[in-house]
Design a protein around this ligand. Structure first.
Ligand SMILES: [Mn+2]
Length: 565
């Protein structure tokens, strides 16, 4: 259903379309021609995905893989332990099962003791398992030393990864990475690269699965694309769109078990359900050293096992929450010892697991609205940590101001990770405070509360719902629209949740009640504190909620401000 003839040059149709609300929202997302708009609104699997053979070394990878398959060699799929690597490992597992090739194994490293990427011990293990070919997923591009060691021991390696290639590239059979060569969309995630490998192999047409048979594995690509925080534009938008479609079909017993456990309606599954409910459960497994649990959940074909596996994951997730709560409690205690809260919060404890600190830092940053740096020690004795911005101060800018403190660091304005030399750890707090003072307003990341449209509460209707559905899935690169509601007065104000940690404002409109919610937020956290009957300006997202299988539209509060005069 094209919106207009794509061949038409800039015309009246173009201008008319960009005057509609949907057109204006698209324009704000950098879409300026009808052709781009059509691509955005109607993703096509056959036309909008790039040829897998455009990826660097894909032909070599397929030649090596084909030879290994016909030689009956033992193959290991070595995938990262996060919610990108694991789904990617699942894709290649499903590929080999589908073509009835049994001489393979999946290997997922232990996050705490092995850490990220290939490692020497794993190569020894795989060697003793008689593996002769390793295919990496979502890691490997930075592991030239370990890969050289694998070759010394007589193993071959195909690297599939999407991380930034270092200057010193590994010598391997093939380096499949969208950031090498001239791939048209370098931002795809690790699972998408694995998917492309599967797609390329099936496209040779000599296997039991016909070309196109890979579409069932798009659920894993969608899951990883949403969880790995890659921009949801270009090819990623297409992958997330079709990925969600397959996720909604819920063919895997493990997904069905997860959905029913969380009362998610499969046919209405959203990117938020994936990002906030599904992915954290899968990630909890590796944070607590049991990545195989997540892998088994996604690969099992037994309904009974899926249910047990989902329960085990939920137990791990509870343990993860308890461990994070324990850390935040300890930090609250330590903060009481300060006369004045420092402008950058820096804390550590060698007994904390670094894998849990991003979550704890996030909680603290939300609460204190300032940068938070937390560190712990991993299984190899390395001091590692996570940071979160909280306010508008960029944690990346802070780290860049004091690079000498870190062994390694990286991230974005709002979140990052780092490792520290043992001798620098005591200076970390003081130096980051100094960096903060030195930088002043330069640390500020751009405020991101740009209002898309001003609406009345009555305009939150079916038409708006359909426009938003067209624009979704939302994420980085395609932010949820922010709407301003001027001069609205809440009729009721409620705190809800087990510890009354969430906030709800109820508005009465000509079309009935409309709820606006903010999770884990106190009324005082906004620019103005809401009061019943007092008009204010509300900035909010409009969401479709299917919680507990009940469909409704509701607002998600971004900020509450003084009523515009
Ligand atoms: Mn990744």
């Amino acid at each position: 259903m094209p919106i207009a003839d794509t061949a038409a040059p800039k015309s009246a149709a173009t201008e008319e379309f960009f005057l509609t609300r949907l057109g204006r929202l698209l324009k704000a997302r950098g879409v300026t021609t009808l052709e781009e708009a059509e691509r955005f609104l109607y993703p096509s699997y056959d036309e909008h995905l790039h040829d897998p053979f455009l990826l660097h070394d894909m032909d070599k990878a397929i030649a090596t893989l084909t030879a290994a398959l016909s030689g009956g060699e033992r193959i290991a799929i070595f995938s990262d332990y996060d919610c990108d690597g694991i789904p990617g490992g699942v894709i290649l597992h499903d590929l080999f099962k589908a073509i009835a090739y049994d001489n393979f194994q999946n290997y997922i490293p232990h996050r705490h003791f092995e850490g990220f990427g290939l490692n020497f011990g794993a190569i020894d293990t795989l060697k003793s398992d008689n593996v002769s070919l390793i295919i990496t997923v979502d890691c490997g591009i930075a592991d030239s030393k370990v890969i050289a060691y694998a070759y010394e021991r007589g193993l071959k390696v195909i690297v599939t990864d999407h991380h930034e290639p270092p200057p010193d590239l590994p010598r391997a059979e093939a380096l499949v990475n969208p950031k090498l060569g001239h791939y048209p969309f370098p931002e795809i995630c690790g699972s998408a690269v694995a998917f492309k490998l599967a797609q390329a192999l099936l496209s040779t047409g000599r296997l039991a699965v016909p070309p196109g048979g890979e579409k069932w594995w798009l659920d894993m690509v969608g899951l990883a694309t949403i969880a790995d925080m890659v921009p949801l534009t270009g090819e990623n938008r297409v992958l997330a769109h079709f990925g969600l479609k397959v996720l909604r079909r819920a063919r895997r017993p493990g997904l069905r078990a997860l959905y029913s456990q969380h009362r998610l309606s499969p046919s209405h599954l959203s990117e938020d359900d994936v990002g906030f409910t599904i992915a954290p459960r899968l990630n909890a497994a590796s944070r607590l050293c049991a990545p195989k649990e997540a892998f088994s959940l996604l690969t099992t074909i037994s309904v009974v096992e899926a249910k047990e596996q989902a329960e085990r994951l939920e137990k791990l997730n509870r343990e993860r929450k308890a461990a994070v709560a324990q850390i935040t409690r300890e930090l609250h205690e330590r903060l009481k010892l300060f006369e004045e809260e420092p402008s950058v919060l820096v804390f550590g404890n060698p007994s904390w697991r670094p894998s849990l600190l991003g979550l704890a830092a996030g909680k603290l940053a939300d609460e204190y609205r300032r940068p938070v740096f937390l560190w712990g020690r991993d299984g190899n004795g390395l001091i590692k940590g996570s940071c979160r911005a909280g306010g508008q101060v960029s944690v990346l800018a802070l780290m860049q101001t004091a690079p000498h403190l870190f062994l390694e660091y990286g991230g974005h304005h709002f979140s990052g990770g780092f490792s520290v030399r043992a001798e620098s750890i005591h200076a970390l707090g003081k130096e980051l405070q100094l960096a903060y003072l030195r930088l002043g307003p330069a640390t500020l990341a751009a405020a991101d509360h740009a209002v898309d449209e001003t609406l009345t509460l009555e305009e939150v209707d079916e038409t708006l719902r359909l426009d938003l559905r067209r624009l979704s899935p939302f994420g980085i690169g395609n932010p949820k629209p922010i709407f301003a509601f001027n001069n609205v007065a809440p009729a009721r104000l409620e705190r809800f949740g087990r510890d009354k940690e969430h906030l709800k404002l109820v508005f009465e409109t000509a079309r009935g009640e409309l709820e606006a919610v903010a999770f884990f937020t106190k009324p005082e956290a906004f620019s103005v504190t809401p009061e019943v009957g007092t008009p204010l300006t509300m900035l909010a997202h409009v969401e479709e909620s299917y919680f507990a299988y009940r469909q409704r539209l509701r607002l998600r509060i971004v900020d509450l401000r003084q009523r515009a005069s």
